[in-house]
Ligand binder design. Structure first.
Ligand code: MLC
Ligand code: AMP
Length: 599
């Protein structure tokens, strides 16, 4: 049952906005912090939680989803209403974890802002995940409250009760309340002509300003090398630094309209594509899920007004590969259409970005032929936000991920015997310099205001991820050449990147060992042009039992995230092991998958 039903006042037709008063001056008079000025050694900029930018852009459209358009003011007010409900359910406490499961639409944004307004830590969950995994998130973070929508509530009842959390089911009216009022009330046309005309309404919400300077904003779960996913704690200050850095580097403005087809439980979708636009007053067009045909129709926007077209797109390489497949299927034989696509994409879209996993050169080249866009590849992690980016203007080299983003410092280090590793390269947004040319590559390490605070409740894991002098160890091998960085791969084979998601081979193995017909197993990543890597399981079956891929996948889907489910299966009599009794995964791949070319 919805706890909000009956509490919302929806005035349709001639909607009345409450006139609010208050001393919320800092939010709309504050100047956005300049990322280039932010560094650990300089005075800290005031931290402004993201929702406090909304009143600057009141009647502009913040979000378009499958239901319609939402104004900044609408999202702000609905979030504030939900924030009051959350505070009341949590007895006025702050810094509680609120896990939420929403579809990719405005309800996600409202839930997230409401968490922040009420001083809680937002823990986004993914609707494709099976109940045991959702339960892991909710109980690991000790969620005081789980929020969902009516549409998704059936899968969450048990999850919340098992995790010992209260469940709040949102009434759809809360989302509808945030929608753009009917035409006569809309001042959008006027604002589009003169954005300066936006009257900064005094909309008040949230905690006292000081609260946000140090508070945690989000916990994002990510695959670790061992065990179940770990919670990455990002503060409001981290998010601010990450967002300001991208706004500066990619020159976001209120005129931008970005197409969002990413999941909303990872930083790519949450920070880069949803939050950046909402700080500058731009618009986010959110699809319910990635579907090649839907993305193409948005990119081409046949029948759409020029002012309504998307002009930015950000995706993982798998999405570009799938878009190319769709293009080949539909347009390969139609030369006029091909010409049209290239001209629309190159003239109407100002930026297309790829990231989250390596962009294969053939995808880069083919995309350039189809759309005229040389994809801007950037590199980042959940723990750090975005770190390296090719230039907005200037040469984008395929296979390279560019240079440090504003506010980010990096170093490439080579392990050497003794306490101090060898620093090979040091870099920042001002430039990079080679410190030692003895080795071509080493581990990439990161510092900066965007770097996370730690893993939730895992001090030891947090400690291990940083050097003694505070550098975050990415686990990626990097090389600096031709004035840019290149990612050569991960130092640990047990993290697989598939479809842009990180998958822990050990986590999948732990699940598979729970299968009644599997005695032993090893999980490896196999290179694949579409998926980056595919999750492959090598298993030894129990005596007299048979393991079949289709049945194993079905069994796995009830226990793991869909992208962790193996898509390749090899059944062997025994796993080849070294003298220490361990499986050497690189050798295993060479031995069992000889068709795979050596890296
Ligand atoms: C799905 N399938 C896979 C697969 N995932 N096969 C192989 N490998 C995988 N990883 C199969 C399914 O089993 C199904 O087959 C078919 O593909 C369609 O499934 P789907 O679930 O509909 O897939 P789809 O929606 O097409 O998923 C593809 C995708 C998704 C690209 C949309 O993977 C995605 O959203 N990726 C984005 C991940 C992301 O945001 N990462 C950012 C992390 S943050 P069948 O036979 O069962 O029908 C980070 C930091 C940074 O990395 O730098 O950004
Ligand atoms: P996640 O663990 O999901 O936060 O993903 C972070 C990892 O994604 C990094 O450690 C890299 O291995 C990988 N990654 C992100 N962007 C890129 C890129 N452009 N090229 C290569 N790897 C990338």
């Amino acid at each position: 049952m919805s706890l909000l039903t009956g509490r919302l006042v929806v005035v349709t037709g001639s909607r009345q906005w409450p006139v609010l008063s208050g001393c919320w001056k800092h939010a709309h008079t504050a100047t956005a912090p300049s990322p280039s000025k932010q560094s650990r050694d300089q005075p800290v900029e005031p931290v402004i939680p993201i929702f406090r930018y909304a009143p600057r852009h009141c009647d502009r459209i913040a979000l378009r989803d499958r239901h319609g358009d939402y104004t900044y003011r609408g999202v702000f007010l609905s979030s504030r209403q939900l924030a009051a409900e959350i505070s009341s359910l949590l007895g006025g406490r702050r810094n509680e974890r609120v896990a939420f499961l929403c579809p990719n639409d405005a309800s996600y944004l409202i839930a997230q802002w409401a968490c922040w307004m009420s001083g809680q830590i937002a823990v986004p969950m993914c609707h494709g995940h099976p109940p045991p995994l959702l339960e892991h998130y909710a109980s690991d973070c000790g969620a005081g409250l789980v929020i969902t929508t009516q549409e998704l509530s059936p899968s969450l009842d048990k999850v919340a009760s098992r995790a010992g959390s209260r469940l709040l089911v949102l009434d759809d009216a809360l989302r509808v309340l945030a929608m753009k009022p009917p035409a006569p009330l809309s001042r959008l046309a006027q604002l589009d002509e003169d954005p300066g005309a936006a009257r900064e309404e005094v909309l008040e919400a949230g905690q006292e300003p000081e609260f946000y300077s140090d508070a945690a904003a989000m916990i994002v779960y990510t695959a670790g090398t061992t065990g179940m996913p770990k919670g990455v704690v990002l503060t409001h200050s981290n998010i601010q630094a990450q967002v300001m850095s991208l706004i500066q580097a990619w020159e976001w403005t209120h005129k931008d309209i970005v197409l969002h087809a990413l999941p909303l439980h990872h930083v790519h979708g949450v920070v880069n594509v949803l939050t950046c636009p909402l700080v500058v007053g731009a618009r986010c067009v959110m699809l319910p899920r990635f579907e090649s045909s839907q993305v193409w129709s948005q990119l081409l926007a046949i029948n759409m007004l020029a002012s309504e077209r998307v002009n930015m797109f950000m995706a993982v390489p798998t999405m570009y590969a799938k878009l190319i497949e769709e293009y080949d299927k539909i347009f390969a034989k139609n030369a006029r259409m091909q010409e049209y696509i290239k001209s629309v994409c190159s003239q109407k879209i100002r930026l297309m970005v790829s990231g989250s996993s390596p962009l294969p050169a053939p995808v880069f080249e083919k995309w350039a032929i189809i759309t005229g866009h040389r994809l801007l590849e950037r590199y980042g992690l959940t723990e750090t936000g975005m770190v390296l980016s090719n230039p907005l203007r200037g040469e984008r080299q395929p296979g390279f991920v560019g240079v440090p983003l504003p506010g980010v410092e990096v170093q490439v280090v080579h392990p050497r015997p003794g306490p101090a590793p060898q620093v090979l390269v040091r870099g920042g947004s001002g430039g990079s310099s080679v410190q030692c040319a003895d080795h071509p590559s080493g581990e990439l390490q990161v510092k900066g205001p965007g770097v996370f605070r730690g893993y939730w409740n895992k001090p030891q894991a947090t400690k291990e991820q940083f050097t003694a002098d505070g550098w975050f160890k990415t686990g990626d091998t990097a090389q600096y050449s031709n004035g840019a960085y290149k990612i050569l791969g991960r130092t640990n084979v047990d993290i697989i990147k598939t479809g842009g998601y990180s998958v822990s081979a050990l986590e999948v193995e732990t699940h598979l060992l729970g299968h009644p017909d599997i005695r032993e197993c090893a999980v490896v990543g196999l290179p694949d042009i579409t998926w980056g890597q595919k999750v492959a399981a090598v298993v030894v079956a129990e005596e007299g039992r048979e393991v079949i891929l289709s049945k194993l996948r079905e069994w796995s889907k009830a226990r793991m995230a869909p992208y962790c489910v193996p898509t390749v299966l090899k059944v062997v009599d025994k796993l080849p092991k070294n003298t220490m009794g361990k499986v050497n995964k690189k050798d295993l791949v060479k031995q069992l998958f000889p068709e795979i070319p050596a890296p």
